[in-house]
Design a binder for this molecule. Structure first.
Ligand SMILES: [Zn+2]
Length: 127
């Protein structure tokens, strides 16, 4: 269910001209969701992930990877979770979970590898 929601939400959202994210046709954009960025101007490890998922689902994997490398992996993991759950394919529940966890772990590691130098640079620019 979560995988379906992630994919549907990502496909329905778009980047707006004002730099925010929203559903086309609806005036109010999504609220800023990052307290760290909003309060201190510093990215958290998840900053850029929503935009990355949106870019991935709109067929822009290079842009998505540039925004946050975990986005394409999360989309891939969600698709894997959905496809592997089709009983006719015969994928065991163990394999479904194990591969999903590997994809999640890779997304986490890539996200941290991307975030660490970025936040160090941001912290250094504050001093
Ligand atoms: Zn953030």
């Amino acid at each position: 269910m979560g995988a379906v929601l992630l994919l549907l939400a990502g496909m329905s959202l778009q980047h707006r001209d004002d730099g925010r994210v929203g559903v086309p046709g609806f005036v109010p954009p999504l609220p800023h969701s990052c307290a760290l960025k909003h309060r201190f101007g510093i990215d958290c490890p998840l900053c850029g992930l929503t935009r990355s998922v949106i870019d991935t689902l709109h067929g822009l994997p290079v842009a998505a990877f540039g925004r946050h490398p975990a986005g394409p992996l999360l989309v891939m993991g969600s698709l894997w979770w959905l496809i592997a759950g089709i009983p006719a394919l015969g994928v065991s529940q163990f394999a479904r979970v194990r591969i999903s966890l590997w994809i999640l772990a890779a997304a986490l590691l890539l996200g941290l590898a991307n975030w660490t130098p970025r936040v160090i640079q941001q912290l250094l620019s504050l001093t």
